[in-house]
Design a protein around this ligand. Sequence first.
Ligand SMILES: NC(=O)C1=CN([C@@H]2O[C@H](COP(=O)(O)OP(=O)(O)OC[C@H]3O[C@@H](n4cnc5c(N)ncnc54)[C@H](O)[C@@H]3O)[C@@H](O)[C@H]2O)[C@@H](O)CC1
Ligand SMILES: Nc1ncnc2c1ncn2[C@@H]1O[C@H](COP(=O)(O)OP(=O)(O)O)[C@@H](O)[C@H]1O
Length: 261
Amino acid sequence: MKVPTASDDKYSRGVLGIVTGSTDYPGAAVIGVEAALRTGVGMVRYLGPEVPTSLALARRPEIVTRPGRVQAWLLGSGIAAGARDADTANRLTTAIAQELPTALDAGALGLLGSATGPTVITPHHGELARMLGIDRSEIAQDPAAWAARAAADLGVTVLLKGFRTHIADPYGSRLLVTSATSWTATAGTGDALGGILGSLLATHSAEIAASRGALAPLAATASVLHSLAAERASGGGPFTVLDLAAELPGVVARLLAAPRA
Ligand SMILES: NC(=O)C1=CN([C@@H]2O[C@H](COP(=O)(O)OP(=O)(O)OC[C@H]3O[C@@H](n4cnc5c(N)ncnc54)[C@H](O)[C@@H]3O)[C@@H](O)[C@H]2O)[C@@H](O)CC1
Ligand SMILES: Nc1ncnc2c1ncn2[C@@H]1O[C@H](COP(=O)(O)OP(=O)(O)O)[C@@H](O)[C@H]1O
């Protein structure tokens, strides 16, 4: 986690650009924005269609909806791969061309071929199966091996979601985060994970520029924050994804206060 200092400002802390949400799935944009802000980032620039933009602004007026410089991108949650409008397609390709640290989720996974910057993909089993052209049941049999194989074959850091989240990169990192609660299996929690990860990419862009090996531990950290926030939101029962997001600042504070091993 990056802790702001007396000499920081909103730009030096890191700006996250978010291209998520659509008229069909506007809520994914709201969830990602909320989770990113609550993880701790200097600023969020949200760029999307009118409906998700209005909803995100209504919930989080601190977001900026004009294009400008960012340190990292979160792309694709709530965007259907086959139904992108021209403006969204433009925003996605413009973002990817900047070669900044980027999290590719859901409808942006298909753009992996043009992502030459430091990239983390965040598929669930169904999405990774589609990307690799195999059956979902094969991934379920050995998710760790498939995450590692995808990282090697695709040349990016892979965060494969599930009860166990497997993180693998092309340089040999293999990390596992086990979920604190299966109440997490509820719509929108993956969109929240995207926001958490995006926030960490934006605040650690210098470390990522120095080494793409920084991506895997950041992806694992995002997953740990997500799991701990889910546990606190759950308290042993069901919760909604905005409950999870509301727990993020407390989770971050507690981790920072904990003595280091
Ligand atoms: N409120 C919102 O706006 C929400 C928007 N969402 C967006 O909805 C779009 C479609 O996402 P989906 O994942 O539903 O659909 P997909 O069409 O990507 O995936 C559906 C296929 O994958 C399988 N699958 C789905 N989740 C899985 C999992 N966790 N593990 C293994 N297999 C799984 C399903 O059985 C199905 O075969 C995405 O853009 C996503 O970001 C969802 O995140 C839900 C909430
Ligand atoms: N059975 C489970 N137990 C705990 N966590 C789960 C389980 N299934 C999925 N998750 C977690 O919930 C989130 C679901 O993400 P995703 O499948 O993208 O859903 P959505 O697209 O609805 O947001 C991921 O963070 C994943 O790791």
